[in-house]
Each structure stands twice: as structure tokens, then as C-alpha cells.
Design a protein around this ligand. Structure first.
Ligand SMILES: Cc1cc2nc3c(=O)[nH]c(=O)nc-3n(C[C@H](O)[C@H](O)[C@H](O)COP(=O)(O)O)c2cc1C
Length: 165
């Protein structure tokens, strides 16, 4: 995928809330404006990379892009699981991410347990892959030091989007 690494940021909006409640794996959803800006060669599927909330620390992340076939969603979403335990939700904050690699396509599973176990192996794979020097480099990219300190005013029509690859 020639668009990788792909940098983007946007406000965290509410999804269906299943990530925390049903899966025990919370995800931060991007608004439609960010999903619609994805380059054509970034297919649906599971990705790994780096993420930061507001101007906070940079953590490893995994992201699912698509329609969540297990749940048969009708709207395409971009859902990031930041590999860190946060004390509180961060809805309304600005999430900055760089997607650096692709793991697998999205698929449906026979059970919730099977979906959870697939996501947990994605997380383990991401942790190992991101320790490679070419991926660690992106953690210190200027994109993250330019992360906004607070969310944009609610009057802002669209969150800032940036593709700095
Ligand atoms: C790393 C990762 C892998 C995922 N893989 C799949 C998948 O293969 N199939 C699927 O239906 N959903 C997949 N999901 C999406 C979850 O089903 C989704 O995040 C969950 O339903 C929470 O959605 P919500 O925030 O809208 O409630 C994945 C999510 C993550 C973070």
C-alpha cells in the first residue's frame, strides 16, 4: 500500500460502545470526515501503528477499518484500540495516529470469544512489529509533536485532517 505510513487525526466520537462492554477492548472511533478521506489504496482490514490522545504520550495501537462483519455494521468505521490502559474515556479529544502496517482483512467469527481472541493476537503482533527500527522511527515523527493540546471548539465544522506521509 503506497499510502503507508498514513498520518491522520480527528476528534474521538462515540461508536456503539461494544468495544468496552462486550469485548473488553475499548476502541476510539473517528468521525465520517476522517473515514471518507482515506486514500483508495488503504483497504478495509486491521492495521497497526502509533497513536496519541491530545498532546499526551505516544502508544502502540491497532486499528480496524471497515464494516465489522461480525456485527454487520452498515457504516464504514475506523476504530483504534490504543495499547495502554487509560483511567478515563477520551471522547471529544483529538486522536492522532500513524498507520504503519497491515495485519489482516476483517472477517466474521463464529463466536464473540473467537473475535476477542483474534483481536488479542492482532495486539500481540502489533507490539512485536512496532519494535522494528523502521517503525520505531515513526514514533518520534514531528506529526506527533504538532498534536493539538485541546479539542477544537464545537463550532468547528470538521476536525483537522492531515496526511503527512
Ligand atoms: C484490532 C482489531 C481487530 C478487529 N477485527 C475485527 C474483525 O475481524 N471482524 C469484526 O467484525 N470486527 C473487528 N473489529 C471491530 C470490533 O468488532 C469493534 O471494534 C467493536 O465492535 C467495537 O465497536 P464500537 O466501538 O462501534 O462499539 C476489530 C477491532 C480491532 C480494534
Amino acid at each position: 500500500m503506497k499510502s503507508l505510513p498514513y498520518f491522520c487525526r480527528g476528534e474521538v466520537i462515540r461508536g456503539f460502545g461494544r468495544g468496552s462492554k462486550e469485548l473488553g477492548i475499548p476502541t476510539a472511533n473517528f468521525p465520517d470526515s476522517v473515514v471518507e478521506h482515506l486514500p483508495a489504496d488503504i483497504s478495509t482490514g486491521i492495521y497497526y501503528g502509533w497513536a496519541c490522545v491530545g498532546s499526551g504520550d505516544i502508544y502502540k495501537m491497532v486499528m480496524s477499518i471497515g464494516w465489522n462483519p461480525y456485527y454487520k455494521n452498515t457504516k464504514k468505521s475506523m476504530e483504534t484500540h490504543v495499547i495502554h490502559t487509560f483511567k478515563e474515556d477520551f471522547y471529544g479529544e483529538i486522536l492522532s495516529v500513524v498507520m504503519v502496517g497491515y495485519i489482516r482483512p476483517e472477517r466474521s467469527y463464529d463466536s464473540l470469544e473467537a473475535l476477542i481472541s483474534a483481536i488479542n493476537s492482532d495486539i500481540e503482533e502489533a507490539k512485536v512489529k512496532l519494535d522494528q527500527p523502521e517503525h520505531l522511527k515513526l514514533k518520534t515523527d514531528n506529526f506527533f509533536s504538532s498534536a493539538p493540546h485541546s479539542p477544537p471548539p464545537s463550532t468547528t465544522a470538521a476536525p483537522s485532517i492531515m496526511n503527512g506521509h
